[in-house]
Design a protein around this ligand. Structure first.
Ligand code: UDP
Ligand code: MG
Length: 346
């Protein structure tokens, strides 16, 4: 509590270049991975939006190990705009972790998370912020009305994913929403206490609870560059989501096992009865094969399911930092020192 007050006072420092624009700071976190061709346009549009806000703004670009010269483009942006900070991760850690690094670093009273490819229109930010500021919502997320420029297959798989995860887990995952959202300071503080390695951010955004609000918008096609998703990545992502938020697959093994055992018990009884009544008969090879193969298949499948969870336990027990930082290029108005191992205490 005291800490929060201290930070508010610090932000209202009259020496700050943005001091005349109200005491609240809005941070925008942008994960960037190979976005060289689109990032300048993105920044232009984002900066225009921030210019019109009644709040001071900072932009936290997280370079997630780009290999296409995005870092140079980001540093150029930072040189021209004092609101931009660049966090350069030591390698590609994936979008979830890149967002986490940016959120850890952001100091705003509200934190906006947005993609760099202009699929999330920066122009929607004032509307999202309005719900935070005027209505006191802690999480205001954008829900896409249309998915222009995405294939029917991507739309179908996305639809199926949300239905499956919705059934399997107890946290409510709103369908058709990406990571584009505004988080209040207490929502961010809550999120920063969740340090699990296998992060499915959309699930975590929902897990923290608080008052959440959806705002609809039209999703644009990518402005430049291409998506980093492919179906293998999406499949792994879905597994991550399911195993992070549901243990139902483990229970399925138990109940299916019970069902099979019950069936075997009845079937065994039937065989004993038949043998006693009619004597034994040699034929039966096909049915034995079927039962053996079926059981073998079920067992292998659930050993695999178990393995998924064990692998996650393994990942967590190593307690590695979530990310490592190569360099931090602070924004000019809010310079300060930062921890470098991604494990800042809550
Ligand atoms: N991204 C990232 N690290 C990655 C992959 C993606 O930081 O390993 C960023 C990317 O630069 C973009 C955002 O995450 O700002 C969304 O990526 P993308 O557009 O590829 O995902 P999609 O919109 O297709 O879900
Ligand atoms: Mg995209």
């Amino acid at each position: 509590m005291h800490q929060t007050h201290g930070m508010v006072e610090e932000r209202a420092d009259p020496a700050s270049p943005d001091a005349g624009r109200g005491s609240r700071l809005v941070s925008v976190v942008v994960p960037v991975y190979n976005e060289r061709d689109g990032i300048a346009e993105f920044h232009r549009r984002l900066a225009a939006v921030l210019d019109r806000l009644p709040h001071a703004g900072e932009i936290v670009y997280v370079n997630d190990g780009s290999t296409d010269g995005s870092l140079a483009a980001l540093l150029e942006i930072r040189a021209a705009d004092g609101r931009a900070a660049v966090i350069d991760l030591s390698r590609n850690f994936g979008k979830e972790v890149a967002m986490t690094a940016g959120i850890d670093h952001a100091r705003g009273d509200a934190v906006v998370v947005i993609d760099a490819d202009l699929q999330d229109p920066p122009e929607l930010i004032p509307e999202l912020l309005r719900w935070w500021e005027e209505e006191g919502y802690d999480v205001v997320y954008a829900r896409r009305e249309s998915r222009a420029g995405e294939t029917a297959l991507k739309k179908l798989t996305s639809y199926l994913f949300y239905r499956v995860i919705g059934r399997l887990s107890r946290v409510d995952l709103p369908p058709d929403s990406g990571d584009f959202r505004v988080l209040s300071r207490r929502a961010v503080d809550g999120l920063m206490r969740v340090r699990e390695q296998h992060r499915y951010m959309k699930g975590l955004f929902s897990w923290i609870g608080y008052r959440q609000k959806a705002v609809s918008y039209r999703r644009e096609p990518r402005h430049a560059g291409k998506t980093k998703w492919n179906y293998v990545r999406l499949w792994n992502f879905s597994l991550e989501a399911i195993t992070s938020f549901s243990v139902l697959p483990l229970k399925v093994a138990t109940y299916l096992g019970l069902l099979v055992a019950l069936f075997a018990f009845c079937y065994g009884g039937l065989i004993i009865f038949r043998t006693l009544a009619f004597g034994s008969d040699v034929p039966g090879y096909p049915s034995i094969m079927v039962v053996v193969l079926l059981l073998g298949g079920i067992q292998l499948t659930f050993i695999g399911v178990l393995g998924e969870y064990v692998a996650r336990i393994f990942g967590e027990t190593k307690q590695r930092p979530l990310y490592l930082i190569q360099d931090i290029h602070e924004s000019s108005p809010t310079a300060g020192s930062r921890p470098v191992d991604g494990r800042r205490a809550p």
